[in-house]
Design a protein around this ligand. Structure first.
Ligand SMILES: Cc1cc2nc3c(=O)[nH]c(=O)nc-3n(C[C@H](O)[C@H](O)[C@H](O)COP(=O)(O)OP(=O)(O)OC[C@H]3O[C@@H](n4cnc5c(N)ncnc54)[C@H](O)[C@@H]3O)c2cc1C
Length: 327
């Protein structure tokens, strides 16, 4: 969620500017002008207010009434560019009309289906719909980027990987997930596997970019091989920029020679070593996103789109339902 919501009647422009500087300044200063999201006036959800964007001089450069996405209806968006990421994953950059920004709240995802209803359907003829989390920030103008891993026997991922630049994909959103509030927790553990990194990345980039952030993040990110680690350079850049606030731990099933990090599946010992203890009560939160088997082993099975009962290793270690969120 963009950080500020208030009524236009009660807030002056100078208050907005001060608030924006507090909220969106980063730890290091960049000379490059960038458009920063300032403020959502009105109802406080994407799509219902006026968003002001400021450049680095604090000058308002655009206002945007609402998100170009629709939470109720699928809309076709043009695939502008495909950027291969590794052996099975690519970035799919979609064009947002009129150079608008997606304004998606953090954390939220989108759902997609094929633009041509015949192209992606199940055996009963119903459209196949899957969730994806953009890796582009909510304030990015004109673009929305999905990082999608292809499963050889996967329906939606195979369809999307079969698209060409200029084709369209039907997208609906935002689908709100966990409403992340800056400094709500002292410690946050992000436990991810494979392409499950994207919702965790959305939270950590959003939180760390806020100059008032005091929360410490640990990302425990498991993959098969080193080549499977998605967003590796972006994560390492974050760690370098926020060394006291972001601890990055990779875990590999098939490590290369000389690997010193943890290996194999996520275990009780690894969680005890890296994740803040359950005894911190409401001061700790654990977010989990990964392949269904991993989520079940770490935190218990999800019940469709619902959380499902807490189970797995986190339950054994004494964490409560309130302390854990499964994407
Ligand atoms: C909130 C949320 C956000 C997501 N964001 C992203 C994202 O940004 N990028 C991305 O690539 N994926 C993301 N996913 C996963 C995505 O929604 C699909 O599940 C994935 O693309 C597989 O769909 P499919 O139709 O191709 O495969 P399906 O036809 O559903 O399944 C084919 C095979 O793949 C296996 N499988 C399905 N999903 C997974 C999985 N996640 N990991 C491992 N094996 C799996 C199944 O067990 C089956 O064997 C996200 C999932 C959730 C819940």
């Amino acid at each position: 969620m963009l950080s500020f919501a208030a009524s236009t009647r009660h807030v002056t422009r100078s208050q907005l500017l001060r608030a924006a500087r507090r909220s969106y300044a980063t730890e290091s200063t960049s000379k490059k002008p960038s458009n920063l999201p300032l403020y959502l006036m009105g109802a406080g959800v994407a799509g219902l207010g006026t968003y002001f964007y400021l450049n680095s001089t604090g000058k308002s450069v655009i206002t945007q009434e609402k998100s170009p996405l629709d939470p109720e209806n699928f809309k076709d968006f043009k695939l502008k560019k495909i950027v291969p990421y590794n052996h099975n994953t690519s970035e799919f950059i979609f064009e947002l009309p009129n150079n608008e920004a997606s304004l998606l709240p953090v954390a939220s995802c989108l759902v997609v289906r094929s633009s041509d209803p015949e192209a992606l359907k199940d055996e009963k003829g119903k459209p196949i719909i899957r969730p994806y989390t953009p890796i582009s920030p909510p304030e990015k103008q004109g673009e929305l980027t999905l990082l999608i891993k292809k499963y050889d026997n996967g329906n939606a991922s195979k369809h999307i990987h079969g698209l060409k630049e200029g084709d369209t994909l039907a997208i609906k959103g935002p689908i709100p997930k966990f409403p992340y509030k800056v400094n709500e927790f002292e410690e946050v553990a992000l436990i991810g596997g494979g392409s499950g990194i994207t919702p965790l990345y959305q939270i950590v980039t959003h939180a760390l970019s806020n100059a008032s952030n005091r929360t410490k993040f640990t990302l425990l990110f498991s993959n098969v091989t080193e080549a499977d680690i998605l967003l590796k350079s972006e994560l390492e850049a974050l760690q370098k920029k926020y060394p006291t606030k972001f601890n990055l731990v990779y875990m590999l099933d098939k490590p290369p020679a000389g690997w010193t990090g943890p290996t194999g599946y996520i275990s009780k010992e690894v969680l005890q070593q890296h994740v803040a203890p359950a005894s911190l009560n409401e001061r700790v939160k654990v977010f989990v996103c990964g392949p269904p088997g991993q989520v079940a082993a770490v935190a218990g099975k999800k019940a469709g789109m619902k959380q499902g009962e807490l189970g797995g290793i986190l339950k054994e270690l004494g964490y409560t339902e309130d302390q854990v969120y499964k994407f």
